[in-house]
Design a protein around this ligand. Sequence first.
Ligand SMILES: Nc1ncnc2c1ncn2[C@@H]1O[C@H](COP(=O)(O)OP(=O)(O)OP(=O)(O)O)[C@@H](O)[C@H]1O
Length: 958
Amino acid sequence: MSAQSPVVVQRQQSTRRTHSRQSSTSRAPVIVRQGPDSGPGQAIATRDPDNTRLVPGAASERSGGHSRQHSAAESTNGHGSEHQSGHHHSSSQSQSRARKTSIRGETGTWILGKTIGAGSMGKVKLARKADGSEQVAVKIVPRQLIHDRERIDPNTGQPYPPRHDESKEIRTAREAAIVTLLDHPYICGMRDVVKSNHHWYMLCEFVNGGQMLDYIISHGRLKEKQARKFARQIASALDYCHRNSIVHRDLKIENILISKTGDIKIIDFGLSNLYAPMSHLKTFCGSLYFAAPELLQAKQYIGPEVDVWSFGIVLYVLVCGKVPFDDQSMPALHAKIKKGVVDYPAWLSADCKHILSRMLVTDPKQRATLAEILQHPWLNKGYSGPPDNYLPQREPLTTPLDPEVVEGMTGFDFGSAESIMQRLTRVVESEEYQRAVRNSMKDAPLMSPGPDKKKGFGFDFYKRRSSTNSRDTLTNPSSEALGSSATLDPFNAYNPLLSIYYLVREKQARDRGQVATGSMPPLPASDVDKLMRIPIPAPPEAAHTGVTSYELSGEPKPSVNRTRPRARTHGDDEVSEAIKKANLPPTPSSALPPTTPKLDAPKKESAATSLLRRFSTRKHAKPATSPSFSVKDTLEPTIPESHSTRKSLSVRRAPAAGPSPAVQKAKDFLTPPSTSDGGNNSSWSSKLGRSTSVSENEWRKRYLDPILEWSDAAFRNAMKEGGSTMSSRNPTSRTKSVGHARRDSEQLHRRSRVIETASVREQPTPERGVSPGGSEGANTETLASDYVKPVYLKGLFSVATTSTKPASAIRADIIRVLKQLGVQYKEIRGGFSCAHSPSIDLKSVQEPSAPEPTNMVTPSHRRRLSFVGGGKSKDSEAEPRKSMSTRRRAEQSYSNSDGSSDSVGENGPGDSLVVQFEIHIVKVPLLSIHGIQFKSVSKNNTWQYKSLASKILSELKL
Ligand SMILES: Nc1ncnc2c1ncn2[C@@H]1O[C@H](COP(=O)(O)OP(=O)(O)OP(=O)(O)O)[C@@H](O)[C@H]1O
C-alpha cells in the first residue's frame, strides 16, 4: 500500500468495551506471528523490550499442530508484539484494555491511530507504519478467554483454566488465511497478520471512501449507471472467489466499502468457506436481510448460489435504497424472504428488473448463476463485455507438482505436505481431471497469451475461463453449472485443493515479484509460507474414525480429552463433503487444539460494570444438548466451517422476573446465548442493528427453531404472565420502545452484564445541566435532561447503551451525532423525536411546503462521503422524472446546508424512505448510569431504521 496523506476519518465507533461472541468450530490456516503480550501480572511499563522482539522463523516452526501454535502463543518470542501505553496494569484484563500504541510485525512497526470502525469481531483502527510510508486499517480481534468452571480436571479436582475461544481463533485465522491469498482489485487486501496473547491484528488495505451503507442511508438509491459500475465490480470479485472455490456467504451492503478511487472493496471474509461444486454446505450463516431463502429452510447448498442471492439483495438496495424484504416482525420477514415476492419500483428499467428477478429467485436451482448475471444485458450496458474477474491465467496442472507450493498449502489443514502431494497428484492424474482438461482444451481457442499473461499451453485458458465462458450459458441453472461433473472446469472451483494450490502458487509468484500484484504490497515471502503452514486442528473423530462429527454449540462435554471447540456447526462436514472429490484422507490427529492456554488474571471492572454483571447472573446461556452432525469422511480431510455470532445492535424488550416456563421461554428467546435477536414480532420490531451476520447456531436459534414460530400473542402472554409492565396496558410507558440497543457482538459477553431491574415507580429525575453542544436546542434543552425517565419496568440493559455520563452530556452527544449524520430532530419530553430521509435531489426543492414541528432543528450539515463518480454526473440512462411524491413532500422540510446530493432522483409515489424514530434518555434505577432507548415510529423501513440507529449508537460512543 502506498503512503497516503492523513485521512479524515469520518466516524469512530465505540469500542471501549471488549467484544465478545461465541463463534464456532472451524479449522483454517492459523496465522503467522504472535506477539508476546505481557502475561498476567506483568507490568507493561517494566516489560523487557526484548519481549517484543521479533524472532523470525518461529511461526514456520509451528507446523506440527495446533497445540504447538498455542504453545508459541505463550512464548515471549513471538513474531509480533503490541506496545501499550498508559499506566501500569496488574491484570491481563487491564492490559488488554490498555491503549495499544503500536504493533510490530515482520512488515515493520505500525503506530495505531484512531478507531475507524467496529464489528462483531472487534474494532478497526487506522495504523501508520513507523516510517510513515504506509497506512493500513487494522482489524483488532480480542482473543476471548473462555472460563468454563464447570469442567473439572479429574487430576487436580480443579476447574480447567480458561482457554481461548478456539472457534473465534479459527474463524479469525481462516479470514486472514483466505484473504491473504486473494488478489483482486475489489477485495480488500491483507497486508500482514500479527497475533499476540490477547489480540489478533489483521493489517488490511485501508479503504478510505466510506461505507456503501452510509451512502445509501444518507443519500438513497443510486442511478442505475452508478449501480451498474458497482454491480460489475461485485460480480467480478464474486466470480474471482467462486472460481477459487471460495464462497463469501456474508455479502451485504455493510461489507462493501468505497475506495478513494470510487471503486468498491469487499471486506469481511469471516464467514467465507471453501466449497466444491459437487458437494453441499450446510452451515447457515449471514445476515437475514441478505440471506437466501434456502438458508432459512436449513437446506443444503453448494455455495455460489447464496452469494448470488445476496448480490441480488445488494443490487436491489443500490437501485432502490431499501431492502426488498423488510418487516418489523421477524416471522413476517422470514416469510417474505421465503416467498420471494419482490416489489419492483416503477422507475427501474426493464433490464434492471429482469436481472434482479433472476437473482432473487427463491429456488436456488432456478436462480441465475453468476455466469448468467455476468452476461446479463443490464450488467453490460455501455460496456464491451462482462467484467473481468482478474483471475490469473492458469494452465492445467501436471505432475510432478511443485513441492514448494504444496508446502505452502499445509496451513489449510489439508494434512501434511506429503499427504497433500499424494492427493493432489491423485486428482491431477485422475481420468476425470484429464477428461475435464481435454474438454476444456477442445473448446479453447488457440491463441497467444497476452503480454501480461503467463505463458501456458498456447491456449488462452484465461479467456476460456472468463466470464464469457460459453459453457456457462444463460440458461444453466446453478445446479447444472456447479453440480454436474460434466460441467466441471479444471481451472475453476474444480476442487478446493486445486484452487488453493493455484492461489498459493500465485501468491508465491507475486511475493517473488514475478507477477504484478494488485492493490497491496506483497507479504514477505516467508510470511506466505508461514501463513499457509500452520495447521488447523482436526476433529478427533475424524482423525480416528474417518467420520467427522460436529455438534452444535451447547453443553460442553465433560471430557478432559475434548480438544476441539464446542462446535457451533457441522462445518467440517460441509467441506469434507465438498472435497470428497479429491479423495483425501482424514485429517491427522496431530492437529489438535490445546486445552489449557495461559490463564489470564481476573478482569477488573468498573463499579457500574460490576453491578451490571451482578445483576445478570441468571442470564447465562441456557444449557442445551446439541445435536451432532456426522458425515462419512473417508476420503478427505475437512475444511472447517467458521461460525460466528455476528450482529451489531439490538433493542430488547424486557422479560419479567420469576418466570413461568413460558416466560422463561420468552426470555431465553430474547436472550439467546449470543444474540438478542428475537424471533417474534415484539422483539424483532424493536431490534436495532445493521444487517446481522450470524452463523448456523444463530440461524437455528433465530430462524429455524420452533420457538421462532412464536407469535406475537405468545410473546405478549409470556410477558403478561411474567408481570412485566412492558405492555400496551400502560400507554404512558414506553413499552413499545423499550429495548436497548447493543452491539450484537457483545451480547454473549454482555449477557452476563444484563441488568434486570425491579419495577420502580416512574419519577422525574432531578437532572440539570445544559450540554455545551446543545445550543441549537436551547429552547428545549431542558426537556431531555430535566426529564430523564428512570426505567420503570423490568428492563434489560447492556453496557452498550448505558453510560456514566450525566444526562446532559448524553443529550449533547446525541445532538452532535444527529447533526453529524444529518438527522432532523426535535427535543421531546425525555428525548428526541427524529426523522431522516435520504438526501435525494434536495437541490430541486425550492420551498418547504410540508408542515414540520416548529422546534425541529435542522442539521447544519450533511456528512458527505467520498464517493467518486457518485451520481452527479449525468446519467445517460433515462431516469424517471421527479414527481411530487409523498416522500418528496416530506423531504421538502429537510435542508442540507451544502445543498449537495450525490444521489439521484427519488423513489416512486408513496414509497417513502423517511425513517422516523425516537431516542430517549433513561435513568437506570439503582445505578447512577443512564441509558438510551430507541423507538421506531415508522412502520416501514425497518432496515434503514436499524442501520441508522446502529450508526447513531456507534457514533455516540457511550
Ligand atoms: N479495510 C478497511 N478500511 C476501512 N475501514 C474498514 C476496513 N475494514 C473494516 N473497516 C471498518 O470497520 C468496520 C468493521 O469491519 P468488519 O466488518 O471487517 O468487522 P467484523 O467484526 O467482521 O464485522 P461484522 O460485525 O460484520 O462481523 C467496517 O464496517 C468498516 O466500517
